[in-house]
Design a protein around this ligand. Structure first.
Ligand SMILES: *Cc1c(COP(=O)(O)O)cnc(C)c1O
Length: 425
């Protein structure tokens, strides 16, 4: 390798004719542009993490090719196995999650898929909360069922119902806090105590997207003097698409755990499934991460103001937000958290026709109709409880979920107020 600095202190600006280029300019241009000798000085330091892009990663020699290990993130072997950009985000997310190890995947749903495919085999049973994130259930009903993996439901608000659902075949138990549309906050401690006592063979995973690493620590949920210090889940998945990104412009997920053997098991399955992430997307999440606490707090405060406004509207018979005593599981939320994600669901008076609820949603101007949350733009979507839950009778009216963005709250309330006309017609 030639010295990157030629005698005149130039960094190869002359390309082919400097000492940094190929000798004497006799090398053909195609080769000269690919095997260029210039190396940027290494002492770069700035806020943004470098966007390292690669399928191929070079090895200095055959020994390195044979010996390098990617699984403990001590070296690079292939783009799919990690880059300085992805290892950096994984390390920062481990700090956010209170975990030791994090694996990036292409979406939040891919994170759920990775956990299911790593831990389940034919004959196993999977337990899902009754209010489980819809696509997670769909995966269980189709692919997992086709491969001989069955699933059962439990009531997230009732640890006894989890005890009833457990069998010797139970291999994985999913938790979710709060339910992503109906906002029930489960008794996480009660559910985990039940799972550990009755299904010691099973792993426990939580969809941690709502808590975002901020509202509670799923790896450390024990009550002092009652539970062991490491009392908590085995795995936390996070749709980075939501709060960590915060921009509504990137899809990514993560799988976090504390146990190195569990990490290695997940990492091997991850590598065999080829679930790589692009470095531009990783950089987008790295850019969102420093503001996650501020955004979470701002959207939480805005959502609570909107929840209070909604409680005063006769067209809404119930407002679902874990901070409200009328919201299912409020006491469980209050025992663990002071913060909440910026989501509010309203149950519309059952006397109001579903078509009017649709008209209300259509009449909103600042709230845009769409899936996802935690971006700058407030979002709204109507849900029919009959298609949402195993026990739709819990809800009498149509549901409308509001995901609060970063707009001025008074303007959001004014928008909701003008759209109410469609309900009161
Ligand atoms: C959005 C979301 C997911 C899936 O994330 P994607 O990146 O959209 O696949 C999973 N769980 C919850 C609770 C979510 O809100």
């Amino acid at each position: 390798m030639t010295d990157p600095h030629d005698e005149n202190g130039r960094n190869g600006r002359n390309g082919r004719n400097s000492r940094n280029g190929p000798p004497d300019g006799t090398t053909p241009l195609s080769t000269a542009l690919i095997h260029h000798a210039y190396r940027a000085p290494p002492e770069w330091d700035a806020i943004a993490v470098g966007v390292h892009k690669a399928s191929t990663v070079f090895f200095p020699n055959v020994k390195a090719l044979r010996e390098r290990r990617w699984i403990d993130k001590s070296a690079y072997t292939y783009g799919l196995k990690g880059t300085p950009t992805s290892f950096t985000l994984e390390a920062r997310l481990a700090t956010l999650e209170g975990a030791e190890h994090v694996i990036l995947v292409p979406s939040g749903l891919a994170a759920i898929t990775l956990v299911d495919l790593t831990l389940l085999k034919a004959g196993d049973e999977l337990l899902l909360p009754d209010n489980v994130y819809g696509p997670s259930l769909s995966l269980a009903q189709h692919e997992l069922a086709r491969w001989g993996i069955t699933h059962r439901f439990y009531d997230p608000l009732d640890a006894a119902s989890l005890a009833q659902a457990i069998t010797p075949a139970t291999a994985l138990i999913w938790l979710e806090a709060a339910g992503s549309v109906t906002m029930e906050f489960p008794d996480l401690r009660g559910l985990i105590r039940t799972a550990r006592a009755q299904a010691p063979q099973a792993r426990i995973a939580i969809d941690h997207t709502w808590g975002a690493g901020l509202a509670f620590n799923p790896f450390q949920l024990g009550e002092p003097g009652v539970d062991a210090e490491d009392f908590g889940v085995d795995i936390a998945v996070h749709a980075l698409t939501k709060f960590p990104s915060g921009g509504g412009d990137v899809l990514m997920g993560s799988v976090a755990c504390r146990d190195v053997r569990l990490h290695d098991q997940l990492a091997w399955t991850h590598s065999r499934l080829g679930m790589g992430v692009g470095s531009d997307d990783v950089a987008a999440v790295l850019r969102g991460l420093p503001t996650i606490e501020l955004r979470y707090q701002a959207q939480d405060l805005a959502a609570r103001r909107i929840a209070a406004w909604a409680q005063a509207q006769p067209a809404f018979v119930r407002v679902l937000h874990p901070s409200l005593p009328t919201s299912p599981g409020h006491a469980h939320w209050a025992a663990l958290c002071t913060q909440a994600a910026g989501l509010v669901t309203v149950e519309v008076d059952p006397a109001i026709a579903p078509a009017q609820v649709d008209a209300f949603v259509d009449a909103l101007r600042l709230f845009r109709i769409g899936w996802s949350w935690a971006g700058p733009v407030s979002l709204v979507a109507p849900y029919n409880p009959a298609t949402l839950r195993q026990r739709p009778s819990l809800y009498k009216g149509q549901l409308v979920r509001l995901c609060i963005g970063l707009e001025n709250v008074d303007e959001l309330i004014a928008d909701l107020t003008q759209a109410l006309a469609a309900l009161n017609r």
